[in-house]
Design a protein around this ligand. Structure first.
Ligand SMILES: [Zn+2]
Length: 336
């Protein structure tokens, strides 16, 4: 059953990607889309219908299948499975969340479809795409948080529609269980002020403004050893809408800044809400309790999800929060 559901998601991902491509670019200066990198050929998956020994399931808390109320075979703690189901060796589960309560970004379907594709192409994880939040729970759900290894939050602006218990479950998923979190662009413009300060603490800050709107941003790589950014040149430009985080809730003392804008190359004439310290971090890594957190503001522009370097950044970020690679979360001063 699970595979039928996933095939459905494949179709949905293709559809949302198509819809995104049909939308007009948000600005005339949208970057020339670079051809997507050749899709790496995934290694053949270990037998998924009983062909290979159930190595993965044995180490993942799997057990004897039982029949759920709806007749779907369930593996305790791991969700639906068919008879003889063998979990792919080491394959992770990622919940891709969209569904903004605030500003809607037209790049959202493209971004969510991209995260799904990256999982398939890398053979690293299976992704579920959701635009409601009912699976953000440790209680009853077709797949609850115990099933997942990481959450990727795509442009979820505004106050997330979670009740108090869901908020606790979400934070515990990262902080206590050591699962991963990747925030994309608009997910920094969320849960402001007193709405959910623990979320702001988890992700590492909150949106202040984007003084340069969508423009060619001059970027400096601050931590070239980090897996999600080491493929970038030391300096480069990218057309996107770069957020700056609020001074009050973002601190370099709490995160490892990976990318920032080169403040010496920016035009400040007539720009509103510019941080007085001219520190404009664009991506960072951090810990939240036992869990790994990655955030980047890149992703307002849908075409950037066709950019091989941006795709690599998010794939490597997901790999990192899934603990498949190592990278620093140690804070450091602004690097020139
Ligand atoms: Zn935006």
């Amino acid at each position: 059953m699970k595979h039928q559901v996933l095939r459905g998601f494949t179709g949905a991902a293709a559809l949302v990607a198509l819809v995104a491509l049909m939308e007009l670019a948000p600005v005339a200066q949208a970057p020339v889309a670079q051809p997507p990198s050749p899709a790496p050929q995934p290694a053949p998956a270990p037998g998924r219908q009983g062909g290979a020994p159930p190595v993965g399931a044995a180490g993942r808390g799997g057990g004897a299948a039982r029949s759920g109320a709806n007749g779907i075979e369930m593996v305790p703690g791991r969700g639906p499975a068919g008879p003889g189901y063998t979990e792919p060796l080491g394959k992770k589960h990622v919940l891709v969340l969209g569904g903004p309560a605030g500003f809607y970004h037209m790049s959202t379907p493209k971004a969510m479809g991209t995260v799904f594709e990256l999982g398939e192409q890398s053979n690293l994880y299976e992704a579920d795409i959701r635009t409601d939040f009912s699976w953000v729970t440790k209680g009853q759900a077709p797949h609850n948080l115990d099933y997942y290894d990481a959450i990727v939050a795509v442009n979820i602006t505004g106050n997330w529609p979670l009740n108090d218990q869901q908020k606790k479950d979400f934070l515990a998923f990262i902080h206590d269980d050591g699962k991963g979190f990747v925030g994309i662009h608009g997910s920094l413009d969320a849960n402001h002020g007193t709405a959910w300060p623990e979320y702001v603490d988890m992700i590492g800050g909150e949106f202040l403004f984007h003084p340069w709107w969508v423009s060619d941003a001059p970027i400096i790589v601050e931590d070239p050893s980090f897996p999600a950014v080491r493929h970038f040149p030391k300096t480069f430009t990218l057309t996107d809408e770069m957020y700056e985080p609020r001074m009050e809730t973002f601190s370099r003392d709490k995160v490892n800044v990976l990318l920032r804008m080169d403040d010496t190359k920016l035009d400040y004439e007539g720009r509103m809400n510019v941080r007085p310290d001219h520190d404009f971090p664009l991506a960072w890594s951090k810990m939240y309790g036992k869990g790994r957190v990655f955030y980047s503001t890149i992703g307002h522009v849908a075409e950037n999800f066709d950019n091989p370097d941006v795709r690599t950044m998010y794939l490597e970020a997901i790999k990192w929060v899934l603990r498949r690679t190592d990278g620093s979360t140690t804070p450091h001063p602004k690097v020139n």
